[in-house]
Design a protein. Structure first.
Length: 366
């Protein structure tokens, strides 16, 4: 069974001409059934109908006994086809399901339970922002469950956000980005990360700064979207946070970075779809889903204060705005894929000296 088919919930068997469906009930019991159709789209519709029937049997009229495990399982399964963040949702649910009993009756879920979870995660050293995201997911899943099952489960997560300091994103200087690239290529990185990390991390850093692409856009980038002849990358609607297709031009450094990655793929896995592909034996040929840990190694190695992969995009947009003295902000907004010009304007970190020069230049009115 291919991974794409696993995600879809339908798959082909060698001993059958039909598509088969895989789905689970609220207790995690899996069912495998033939959809009796050779058309994949029809098979998906049949599977969706079966899941609805399962909800009818298990949920409607039985919400008094609805458990956390049922809510989580049905939310993940019911939104897998429409949410790009489905895999992230699964990860965020893990600490929730580990803390609470999966058989916890949701009608008994209250504000005190939310407070206990927040305290538990804080003691584990988890940030307020991450805890808020976890509880936001739980809140969303409860709302979704209620809307799908005509239920009225309580949602004590609403209004329980922990305070988050509004810290301006770290902006790296060009010199710091150069140090990061050097650190990523350093042959002395510890923990056996280096052999495989050096193959892609430096190129990730270069692309992030030179193209203004989001980390997720780069890691999900497929080779059929890269055009070396026209020197650009086409990001589809499904690939972008702003849900807007956009064309990303490649400057010489970005083009060179992509060509180096193409050579790595040609030498190791020429049929891979993805630009950023694992060379580690354990994940060989699979798409790289995160660079956060190895990026942090490079940050520490470079002797730079805290920075995340998103800092590359942030720094690139900021640099571009300042180079143009703010006059090119509309073009930059389109290039970066910002839906709202106000988002781009936040990158215009004007220093006190620049502000002083602005007011000095104003004409006298007395």
């Amino acid at each position: 069974m291919r991974k794409s088919e696993q995600r879809d919930g339908v798959y082909k068997r060698k001993d059958s001409p039909y598509w088969w469906a895989s789905y689970s009930d609220g207790s995690g019991n899996k069912t495998l059934r033939s959809t009796k159709t050779t058309n994949k789209q029809e098979a998906l519709k049949v599977r969706a109908m079966w899941i609805t029937e399962l909800w009818d049997a298990e949920v409607r009229g039985k919400t008094a006994d609805t458990t956390l495990g049922q809510v989580a399982a049905m939310f993940i399964q019911g939104t897998a086809q429409t949410k790009r963040s489905s895999s992230t949702d699964k990860q965020r649910f893990k600490p929730i399901l580990q803390f609470y009993d999966v058989d916890m009756i949701m009608n008994r879920f209250g504000s005190e339970d939310v407070r206990r979870y927040q305290q538990h995660r804080l003691l584990q050293g988890v940030s307020n922002n991450s805890i808020n995201k976890e509880l936001s997911l739980l809140s969303t899943s409860i709302k979704w469950f209620n809307s799908q099952s005509d239920s009225a489960l309580p949602n004590p997560c609403i209004g329980k956000r922990l305070p988050v300091e509004d810290v301006e994103a770290r902006c790296l200087s060009t010199a710091e980005v150069k140090l990061l690239v050097k650190a990523a290529r350093d042959t002395e990185l510890p923990d056996n990360q280096n052999k495989h990390t050096r193959i892609y991390l430096a190129e990730f850093i270069i692309l992030g700064f030179q193209t203004m692409m989001r980390p997720s856009e780069m890691l999900e980038l497929e080779w059929d979207r890269v055009n070396f002849e026209t020197k650009d990358v086409l990001l589809r609607v499904a690939d972008t946070k702003g849900k807007q297709q956009r064309l990303v031009s490649l400057n010489p450094e970005a083009e060179a970075a992509l060509k180096r990655l193409r050579r790595v793929c040609d030498e190791n896995f020429p049929d891979t779809r993805y630009v950023f592909t694992h060379t580690k034996p354990r994940y060989f040929g699979q798409r790289i889903k995160s660079v956060s840990k190895v990026f942090q190694l490079a940050v520490e190695r470079a002797g730079i204060d805290h920075a995340t992969p998103h800092a590359l995009r942030h720094s690139s947009v900021t640099e571009a705005v300042h180079v143009g003295d703010g006059s090119n902000v509309v073009d930059i907004s389109k290039f970066a894929g910002h839906k709202d010009l106000k988002t781009t304007m936040r990158y215009a970190h004007t220093s006190g000296e620049r502000l002083h020069q602005v007011v000095i230049g104003l004409p006298s009115v007395v």
